[in-house]
Design a protein around this ligand. Structure first.
Ligand code: TPP
Ligand code: MG
Length: 321
């Protein structure tokens, strides 16, 4: 394994930040103060962090409607994200985008996306730019199992193969698209589908940070080296409903509890690094405390921040180049 202790601590910090962020948004949403739709990423942290730890500032990602984890993993400011979710001034998109439209181009985060399958076409653009300008960058699209059945995704993969773009397609297969099981909705094997479009890939356990990190390293290195697009099929689970408020009647009783007790990514990470002597449990406990304080402060600051003023209604509507 190539990661040093500092990088392992950073990986745990990011995964813990995502979990704490999502658990807290879950509770705060229930109190009725957060406007709009919210889709939580808890359970899938190892996917975003395992992939994004292989990226740099020259790289871009496009996210999904379940975007908080991708934002945090790509380095977006957590307090500004929380303000955005509350629709407040100082939010990453001035409080006008909300949970499903958080973006920060300065971090290479092209945005969460309300359009299922909306990310893959965007990364073809970012990847074409990287290739044309020879920046050395790659562009990564995260897409769900539902999004993987969208024409936009398949067309983008085909285009990326034809143009030999530095694009990586990451399928986060969390078992469901809303209430539809992916075992029912995806015809054939995703790896074969991708290979059929000229995009080679790998399948790994999305709960296992190390498996994701290493597969992403292989995929991203070959793509960065100019060998064309790559694909990753990450098998994972989400802990909350499809959206906040979903009664989740389509999941078996105790389905999530069982996954949490056997395959939780934070638990698996902790076990591996502590048992191998790479990190001490106290170091991870310290991160837990630090992150809890950060999220407390983020929520307090978001609640105290003013709403955008009426004069700002028509600003940020169109981008100028
Ligand atoms: C083009 C489009 N079709 C349908 C929807 C409604 N919708 C929102 S999320 C979702 C399911 C997406 O499932 P998946 O891609 O597996 O992502 P997950 O929610 O599991 O992360 C659907 C159908 C949409 N937002 N956009
Ligand atoms: Mg899904």
């Amino acid at each position: 394994m190539e990661l040093n202790r500092e990088q392992l601590l950073a990986a745990y910090h990011q995964m813990r930040t995502i979990r704490e962020f999502e658990d807290r948004v879950h509770r705060e949403f229930a109190s009725g103060e957060i406007p709009g739709f919210v889709h939580l990423y808890a359970g899938e942290e190892a996917c975003a962090v395992g992939v994004c730890m292989n990226l740099t500032e020259v790289d871009y990602i496009a996210s999904t409607h379940r975007g908080h984890g991708h934002c945090i993993a790509k380095g977006c400011d957590v307090k500004a994200m929380m303000k955005e979710i509350y629709g407040r001034k100082g939010g990453l998109c001035a409080g006008k985008g909300g949970s499903m439209h958080i973006a920060d181009m300065s971090k290479g985060m092209m945005g969460a996306n309300g359009i299922v399958g909306g990310g893959p076409p965007l990364i073809c653009g970012a990847a074409l730019t990287a290739k044309t300008l020879k920046t050395g960058g790659v562009a990564v699209a995260f897409v769900g199992d539902g999004g993987f059945n969208q024409g936009t995704t398949l067309e983008s993969m085909n285009l990326a193969a034809v143009w030999k773009l530095p694009a990586v397609f990451v399928l986060e297969d969390n078992g469901y698209a809303e209430s539809t099981a992916s075992s029912w909705s995806i015809g054939g094997d995703p790896l074969e589908r991708a290979r059929g479009l000229g995009v080679p890939g790998e399948r790994v356990d999305g709960h296992d940070f190390f498996a994701v990190y290493e597969a992403a390293r292989r995929a991203i290195s070959r793509t960065r080296a100019g060998e064309g697009p790559s694909f990753l099929h990450l098998k994972v689970n989400r802990y909350y409903g499809h959206f906040e408020g979903d009664a989740t009647t389509y999941r078996a009783p105790n389905e999530v509890e069982k996954i949490k007790s056997e395959r939780d990514c934070l638990m698996l990470f902790r076990k591996r690094v502590v048992e191998s002597g790479l990190l001490k449990a106290e170091q991870l406990d310290e991160i837990d405390r630090e992150v809890a304080a950060l999220i407390d402060a983020a929520v307090a600051e978001a609640k105290a921040a003013p709403m955008p003023s009426p004069e700002e209604l028509m600003t940020d509507v169109y981008a100028s180049y």
